[in-house]
Design a protein. Structure first.
Ligand SMILES: [Zn+2]
Length: 137
């Protein structure tokens, strides 16, 4: 039995990844301010979002900026899924990799529907594209 197959069970956050705004400093599309974008924006249209790694839900709720969103913690990593229209999980839930967590939407401060997805390692933001590339290599 190959243990690595179990250890490295993972899913992409969406079935299809199409980047609309990258990680790093940018002019904010709504406010016009030059600010750090701590995640990536992915094209979405009422798409299911998936748990990237197994872990537990540390937040499932709403705020005015990120809209309906979910935080998933997995060891030293944590993942944020923002601007959702539906949330299927509750804070405290344990989830396996690939569990559907919710549906994309345009809640919060957005100019149109997309998934805001961010990855942190030991509380510090990392480039989600680099993280996903390493995961899938
Ligand atoms: Zn974003």
């Amino acid at each position: 039995m190959n243990k690595l197959l179990l250890v490295f069970a993972f899913c992409l956050p969406l079935r299809h990844l199409a980047l609309t705004s990258g990680y790093g400093y940018r002019m904010h599309p709504l406010t016009g301010q030059y600010r750090f974008h701590a995640g990536i924006d992915l094209r979405a249209n009422q798409d299911t979002v998936f748990a990237v790694l197994p872990g537990h839900i540390t937040f499932a709720g709403y705020d005015a900026v990120t809209g309906a969103h979910i935080r998933l913690s997995s060891g030293d990593f944590s993942f944020l899924y923002g601007h959702l229209s539906q949330v299927f999980v509750l804070a405290g839930d344990s989830v396996p990799a690939c569990r559907p967590l919710g549906i994309t939407g345009s809640s919060g401060r957005v100019s149109g529907e997309h998934l805001h997805f961010s990855v942190s390692y030991q509380q510090k933001p990392v480039n989600p594209l680099a993280f996903l590339r390493d995961l899938t290599r």
